[in-house]
Ligand binder design. Sequence first.
Ligand code: ADP
Ligand code: ZN
Ligand code: ZN
Length: 741
Amino acid sequence: MYADIIIDITHEKLDKVFQYIIPEYLQGKLEAGMEVIVPFGRGSRETRGYVVGFSEKADYAEDKMKEILCAAEDGVAIEARLVKLAAWMHKAYGGTMIQALKTVLPIKRRERERKKRKIVCLLEEAEGYERLKFYQDKNQKARARLMAALLDERELDYGLVTKKLHITSAVIGALKEQGVLEIESERVYRNPVIYQEEHSKEISYTEQQRNAIHIFSKDYAQGKYQTYLIHGITGSGKTEVYMEMIRQAVEAGRQAIVLIPEIALTYQTVMRFYRKFGDRVSIMNSRMSAGERYDQMQRASKGDVDVMIGPRSALFTPFPDLGLIVIDEEHENSYKSEQVPRYHARETAAARAKLERASLVLGSATPSLESYYRCQTGEYRLLELTRRAGSGSLPAVYTADMRQELARGNRSIFSDMLHDKLKERLEKKEQSMLFLNRRGYAGFISCRACGYVVKCPHCDVSLSAHNNGKLICHYCGYEEKNIKVCPACGSKHIGGFKAGTQQIEELVKRDFPSARVLRMDLDTTRKKDGYEKILSAFSHEEADILIGTQMIVKGHDFPGVTLVGILAADMSLYSSDYRAGERTFQLLVQAAGRAGRGRKAGEVVIQTYSPEHYSIQTASRQDYAAFYNEEIAFRRLMGYPPAENLLAVLMTGEDARLLETAAGYLRAYAARVSGGRVEIIGPATPYVSRVSDVYRKILYLKCPKYGMLIDVKNYLEQYIQINSGFQTLKIQFDFNPMNIF
Ligand code: ADP
Ligand code: ZN
Ligand code: ZN
């Protein structure tokens, strides 16, 4: 046996792994993540390294290989624990050890010269390439050079561009004029504590809050570290409970990580933590550069920070003595990584908590089926908050059957009920929110005469009509001009059916010309701070109606809102995905939770074509337990997670025939090695069967035992490595996938 060892994990490229001989006395005693002392370099300097894996085969001649000197006795470095976590992820999710290491370890960036200004690209990739081609065709070399650089890195240092790329400020100014880029002064990290003058208001916890805190503290004081699920309706005071739990961990000299969905990482939220913990709080987000994120990680490992708040990746903060991990909105999809290793932050947090002897607290108003299921099996401890803590009561929820509206001759997007209630709100000068699960001006374009749907020639998905007169592919960015006549049958009855946020905005303005309307979707929030600006305008009551996609339902407090309209509630029910019912329930409850957060009672109108569906019914009653019972029965019946486990094998390749053959082989091999103990589904062609001329296939393996699926995955990985036929294909594993591929 040989050990694979990395020497310097803060090196920019982790790809370099060195093989060492394991001396006799250490055979069988080493494990991944252990720190060892090895001779390194020409002078065989004694150096520390980490074991990241083992191999039976020597990659070099054995006489050229060195031997491990000894295991480092004081090997309790933070990095060693993170390497162990990477080893766990590698085992649980597949992929390579290097990919796992890159996920958990903060990479050191060479310090770049700090300049004041930077240039930020405003175009999407596809638009950017089009622009690049335009400059090249016109032989505008400097512009093309700058555009190419912006395609490589979306943010460039101003000084670097002028000095190294030899681009004049006139050229930069021209591109700015054309809306290609923006010039920003280097973001100075404001320290909210300085801005904050009001003092943290004293609150006395509700009985339910006290109870939750008490159970946690008792366990914590006894060193009983476990996983808790706080199931608390929106506004029940979960965040206050997290903060008190964190305070206790910090008081015990330990540190805490708080994961929140990126979209909820707002100034408001962070301020609450600052008020409680002062500047020993740090945040991370995806808009920070790698260097900035690395700095935060450094501060954390040096002990300058007690609480790290951030999205999924903040889970890997190298705290010296991590005592608590909190995952707010634990049901969110964004906690699952879409890159190898396709880890779930909840499971990985549980693994890290175990390694560090820390507690894990999950919270949600609409827990994932997984977490609630684990409370039923006794694996997690359930803590319930059923009443709103501060002001506000639960809203009254109504459903509007859109089939009946149509039968009555109402062809508008708004049911009569929603229309009337909107009018009422405008008269009373109260705010409303309209929630739509869509993007763009109109959805797909189809022919009402023959059913033809306009699709992207590269991606096999329907194109979306935007109001600049173009049809756009949301996968690859392909565009074409909108059409007036059906290319298949010549009918003029071709157009969009489903409404988008822009269209709703237009309809609202037509029906209520005096209403002040704000719209929040991917288009209006693309620019830096667009999202924050809209939120702040709405919360300062600068608008009467906020129209938006999912973005508007995620945990914002707008006390002025007394009406929430949910348009096309069942859009998400129609996706061919086993989580469709769960996702619909979550969206509806979260959206409804936006109403009546202030002093006045709120109302919610759910517009639906399937009012009898249990997701819609239980959501309108805000009854999670009833929803769970229905949904878990369905999962059990069908063998879907969490009742059983599901492994998706995602296969992509440019050669459709080869992909088909390879998928067949993988299926046969999986069947052989699992000996009938795993159910195999497919290989199927996914809904999106081709993206940018790359074909996709998917195979699903289903089994009650997670470990069994890991075994099969290991066999498949070996099989793929040995057989050269798989070389041109990309094959990934996704355990209990959150999205349909
Ligand atoms: P959640 O995270 O469950 O949505 P929050 O912790 O954000 O709930 O609480 C909702 C609102 O109620 C906040 O404004 C918070 O300050 C307030 N709040 C929470 N607990 C109490 C309490 N015990 N007494 C008074 N106000 C409270
Ligand atoms: Zn037609
Ligand atoms: Zn496309």
